[in-house]
Design a protein around this ligand. Structure first.
Ligand SMILES: Cc1cc2nc3c(=O)[nH]c(=O)nc-3n(C[C@H](O)[C@H](O)[C@H](O)COP(=O)(O)OP(=O)(O)OC[C@H]3O[C@@H](n4cnc5c(N)ncnc54)[C@H](O)[C@@H]3O)c2cc1C
Length: 518
């Protein structure tokens, strides 16, 4: 299959890139692929909203820039922070032109709210499900554009590079893709390839990320020798509902703490004042570490988020989905504490890209959570990730439109890309085998590369992951390729890279915490 541009992933990054490129370059053929349906990915679960400067009387770009830089523990790239914040307002306006709704007050002004680390109210939101509103609008828009086609239930296997074509153009030429329905592997040749595969939360036992978040884009980029940066900067969200529901972890937004929810241990004692003067409103990394410390010292498996002090009407109007979810598992948040644990939430690092979203391999772009732009530094400011995605989607689309106007390689080159070299396989892989290795990996990462790390633990994890890698490689060489095996292969590579990058970090910064440097 040939296309001009292949976009791998259909969250806010992939969809907004495709919409923008189709406007700039109306004859360009764009192919989107996604693992499950168009809706599934981290974007649809975003609750808080999107940060942008709208109230110019009180707020300013300067304040948002400062807040972002401070949250990132002074590790962010100031040039990147500057343009993301300044271009952000126009991009959010575009989201609205494309059909996204954000809550307004009776005065018709936006109902801007504040989250941890922001010095002003600047989060636009749609109730407590901003992400699904954005996805809904973008999907509708994409479906109405003739030049965009999409393939659901298709998974990236590998990026096509000189290694496959036996050439030396030093570019990316598309990707091999497996269908989850019939497990057929197809070749999609493309002039430009855009990876927007989202987060890596599934590396951990508790994560707010959905099951599709297995770091596939990163795994494929790693195999293609593309530069990847800052993987150990994983942000843990302090409050995910415990236990899981049908195997998935549900996020309780920090806005609940912002509205007066307090954290208590199982003896009913508030504990945040022992850790930080800002108590429940301290930054996420501090609250997550405080909860983790309480759990370790008290040998308990969750703490309680007590929201009973919030007026019922206020809770129901701001947090309808949280209320409904708690009730569905027999917890009434208006009468009792909500059981919560910290959970892996956001990857601040990823595929290193320039200011147009292009990676170290020409023709390969990364946008959104799978990328490392320099915006977040060592810690992401709440609600800045959706913003980063739309700003970089725009920039990458403008750059792509210009690139496509110039000759890249002859069409004959793309027509002659070899198909996937399917190995002979000798045994039939059982699903429970990959699941077992998947669980092993989550356990290693949760125990040794979670909120608290030590050099000893990281070294042990590196050895254990090496063994897991050998086992996975063995499965990969002997068995027919399956979507689960693709995911496992990616997760093991990403975990291994994360651990080895973590061993190179010699000081605690932002979300990264190694007890040996405390
Ligand atoms: C619970 C939760 C709440 C959040 N709240 C906020 C918030 O309030 N504000 C904020 O700014 N950020 C928030 N975030 C973070 C933010 O939602 C994400 O960073 C952002 O949505 C990522 O968008 P994306 O387009 O990069 O990736 P995603 O939306 O994750 O999309 C990834 C896409 O890639 C596809 N994909 C993955 N692997 C493959 C593969 N191998 N082959 C093909 N397709 C693949 C998936 O199917 C999906 O379509 C939250 C995240 C979570 C999980």
């Amino acid at each position: 299959m040939n296309t001009d541009v292949l976009v791998i992933g259909t969250g806010i990054s992939g969809l907004s890139y495709a919409i923008k490129l189709s406007k700039l370059s109306p004859t360009t053929k764009i192919t989107l692929i996604c693992k499950e349906d168009l809706m599934e990915g981290n974007t649809r679960y975003a609750q808080g909203g999107i940060a942008a400067v709208y109230n110019f009387e009180k707020d300013s770009f300067k304040k948002h820039i400062e807040d972002t830089y401070i949250a990132g523990d002074s590790e962010g790239d100031l040039d990147v922070i500057d343009f993301v914040v300044k271009e952000g307002t126009d991009r959010v306006n575009e989201l609205m032109q494309w059909g996204t709704a954000f809550d307004t007050k009776k005065t018709k002004e936006f109902d801007l709210v504040r989250e941890g680390g922001h010095s002003e109210n600047r989060i636009l939101h749609y109730k407590d499900h901003s992400g699904s509103e954005i996805q809904r609008a973008l999907i509708n828009k994409v479906k109405a554009i003739d030049t965009i086609e999409y393939l659901e239930n298709h998974i990236l296997v590998d990026l096509i590079t000189d290694h496959h074509t036996k050439t030396e153009h030093k570019r990316c030429y598309g990707a091999y893709i497996i269908s989850t329905l019939d497990q057929e592997i197809i070749t999609i040749a493309s002039k430009l390839t855009i990876v927007t595969t989202g987060g890596v939360g599934q590396l951990y036992e508790f994560t707010t990320n959905p099951r599709v978040a297995t770091g596939d884009g990163l795994g494929a980029a790693y195999r293609a020798k593309v530069k990847i940066k800052n993987l150990p900067y994983i942000q843990f969200h302090p409050t995910a509902l415990h236990p899981k529901i049908n195997g998935d972890t549900f996020l309780i937004t920090e806005a609940v703490r912002g509205s007066g929810g307090v954290l208590k241990n199982l003896s009913g004692e508030q504990f945040m004042s022992n850790y930080d003067a800002r108590k429940e409103l301290a930054p996420r990394d501090i609250v997550s570490r405080a909860i983790a410390e309480e759990l370790l010292s008290r040998k308990e498996n969750h703490v309680l988020l007590d929201a009973t002090g919030i007026e019922k009407d206020e809770f129901l109007s701001h947090f309808p989905m949280i209320h409904e979810t708690c009730i569905s598992i027999g917890i009434d948040p208006m009468k009792e504490g909500i059981p919560v644990v910290p959970a892996a939430h956001y990857s601040c690092g990823g595929i290193e890209v320039d200011s147009n979203g292009e990676s170290s391999l020409k023709g390969l772009f990364a946008i959104g959570e799978c990328s490392h732009t320099g915006l977040h530094g060592a810690n992401r400011l709440a609600s800045n990730s959706l913003l980063e995605a739309i700003v970089y989607a725009h920039r990458a689309a403008v750059f792509s439109a210009n690139s496509l106007n110039k000759p890249i390689l002859d069409n004959s080159f793309y027509n002659n890309i070899p198909d996937w070299d399917g190995q002979e396989y000798s045994s039939d892989l059982k699903l429970d085998k990959t699941q077992k290795l998947f669980s092993n990996l989550q356990q290693i990462m949760s125990e040794k590369a979670g909120i608290f790390k030590t050099n000893k633990g990281l070294k042990e994890a590196s050895i254990e992951l090496n063994l897991l890698y050998t086992e996975t490689l063995d499965l990969y060489q002997k068995n027919k390729l399956t979507p689960q095996l693709c995911e496992l292969r990616n997760m093991v590579s990403v975990a291994y890279l994360l651990i080895n990058q973590a061993l190179e970090i010699k000081e605690n910064k932002g979300v990264f915490y190694n007890n040996d440097y405390a």
